[in-house]
Design a protein around this ligand. Structure first.
Ligand SMILES: [Fe+2]
Ligand SMILES: [Fe+2]
Length: 166
């Protein structure tokens, strides 16, 4: 797969998406993920920001919009669709596809903050996935809280799941 034909992305966004997919591929190889699951991870990577530069009322709408469009175009995998739908906020109902995409979206090397720390976290993913996931979620939640924005209930439930509270 590559970027879907219906994607609306700037060149910079396309480059981000390509880095996310490359990181997912490197983790899938290092973790010896079977080809079918690897394909699911990579589809989620290609789809997640496909409508990020489309005219939408709210930046948080680009995940649900891409999931709806992918479903309309024939994507049937619930794990892939939920990974795309909730990639900005997290979800307690994710399988590995959602978790890996959430990690790759934050840890891809093109972002211009905390690059040494993020490189180290990315390196640890194949052997310490769950510990890195908690750390990435903690950083992302801290940023939302510091910004004064409300936390979607999916985010709270996701965090409580990671922190060991069902
Ligand atoms: Fe996004
Ligand atoms: Fe992204």
């Amino acid at each position: 797969m590559s970027l879907p034909a219906w994607a609306l992305v700037s060149p910079e966004r396309r480059a981000h998406i390509e880095r996310v997919v490359a990181l997912l591929k490197s983790w899938a190889d290092a973790m010896h993920v079977d080809p079918q699951d690897q394909g699911r991870w990579l589809r989620a990577g290609w789809l997640h920001d496909a409508l990020r530069d489309a005219p939408l009322p709210d930046p948080l709408a680009h995940g649900p919009a891409a999931a709806d469009r992918a479903a309309a175009e024939g994507e049937r995998d619930r794990g892939v669709l939920d990974a795309v739908r909730f990639h900005t906020i997290g979800s307690p109902d994710w399988d590995d596809v959602g978790r890996m995409l959430y990690l790759a979206d934050f840890l891809e090397p093109g972002r211009d903050f905390a690059s040494a720390e993020r490189t180290e976290l990315a390196r640890r993913v194949p052997t310490e996935r769950d510990a890195v996931l908690r750390e990435v979620a903690r950083r992302r939640l801290e940023w939302v809280v510091r910004s004064g924005w409300p936390l979607p209930h999916e985010t709270v439930d996701f965090w409580n799941q990671l922190a060991g509270r069902p």
